[in-house]
Design a protein around this ligand. Structure first.
Ligand SMILES: O=C[C@H](O)COP(=O)(O)O
Length: 251
C-alpha cells in the first residue's frame, strides 16, 4: 500500500508573515507523517522560515522550482544545494506553468530530477496534457513521453522515490476537475509507462498524484482510486482549514 502524499502548491501567493501564520495554524493539526505526507510548497522567500517553524512536526516543506546547476552565472535562479542547505525536502519540477511561461522542457526537467536526487531532495515531477492534446486523443502519448523523458538515466531506486504529478493543464485553476475515473485511467497509464521504463517493482512503488482543481469536496473520490496516491493542490491549499481537510483525506 503506497502512502498518500498531499502537497499544497501556493504558487506566487503569501507574504512571509502570512506563510508563517498558515504554518502556525496547521503544524499541530496535520495527521502523522506515518499516515500521510503533508507538504507545503511555498515561495522561495518563505522557505527558510517555514523549515525552521516545522522542525519536529509532521509538515514538510518543498520548493516550486530550482536550477540543475550547482552554482554560477544564473541570475535569479536557486541551486539544489541552496534548497538542501536550508532544509527543504521536496521540489516541484516541470510544472505546466513553468513549461508554458518559463521555457521548461523535458530535457531541463530531467536534469533537475537528477540534480534533486544528487542533493537528497524528493522530486515531484509534473506531467499533463493541454486541452488541444486531450481533444486530439493525445493524452496518453503526451504524458508517457514526459514521464520517460523525465526519468531517463535514473536508477530503479531513484524512480521508486520519485513522485509524479499528473496535472491536466485544462483542469488547473479552472474549477474543471477530471472525473476520478478519467484521472485514474491516466495515472494507471503513467504507472504502466514507469513499468515499461523501470520495471514492475518501480511501477508499484512510485507515487502518482493528481492535480487540477482538487478541493475538499472531490478529494476523497480521487484518492480512493487505485492508481492515485495523492494530490498536488493549488488554490484549495491556500487556506489552513481547506489544507487540513485535504491531508485528512489522505490518511
Ligand atoms: O500545482 C497545483 C496545480 O497547478 C493545481 O492547481 P489548482 O488546484 O489551483 O487547480
Amino acid at each position: 500500500m503506497r502512502k498518500q502524499v498531499i502537497a499544497g502548491n501556493w504558487k506566487m501567493n503569501k507574504l512571509l508573515g502570512e506563510s508563517e501564520q498558515f504554518i502556525d495554524e496547521v503544524k499541530g493539526q496535520v495527521p502523522s507523517a506515518d499516515q500521510v505526507e503533508s507538504v507545503v510548497v511555498a515561495p522561495f522567500t518563505a522557505l527558510h522560515s517555514l523549515v525552521q517553524k516545522t522542525k519536529g512536526t509532521d509538515v514538510k516543506i518543498g520548493a516550486q522550482n530550482m536550477h540543475f546547476e550547482e552554482s554560477g552565472a544564473f541570475t535569479g535562479e536557486v541551486s539544489p544545494e541552496m534548497l538542501k542547505d536550508i532544509g527543504v525536502e521536496y521540489v516541484v519540477l516541470g510544472h505546466s506553468e513553468r513549461r508554458e511561461l518559463f521555457g521548461e522542457t523535458d530535457e531541463t526537467v530531467n536534469k533537475k530530477t537528477h540534480a534533486a536526487f544528487k542533493h537528497g531532495l524528493t522530486p515531484i515531477v509534473c506531467v499533463g496534457e493541454s486541452d488541444e492534446q486531450r481533444e486530439n486523443n493525445e493524452t496518453f502519448t503526451v504524458v508517457e513521453n514526459q514521464v520517460k523523458n523525465a526519468l531517463e538515466g535514473l536508477t530503479t531506486d531513484q524512480v521508486k522515490a520519485t513522485i509524479i504529478a499528473y496535472e491536466p493543464i485544462w483542469a488547473i485553476g479552472t474549477g474543471k476537475t477530471a472525473t476520478a475515473a478519467d484521472a485514474n485511467e491516466v495515472c494507471a497509464h503513467v504507472r504502466q509507462a514507469v513499468k515499461e521504463f523501470a520495471g514492475e517493482e518501480a511501477a508499484e512503488a512510485v507515487r502518482i498524484q493528481y492535480g487540477g482543481s482538487v478541493k475538499p469536496a472531490n478529494v476523497e473520490e480521487l484518492l480512493g482510486q487505485s492508481d492515485i496516491d495523492g494530490a498536488l493542490v493549488g488554490g484549495a491549499s491556500l487556506q489552513p482549514e481547506s489544507f487540513l481537510a485535504l491531508v485528512e483525506a489522505g490518511k
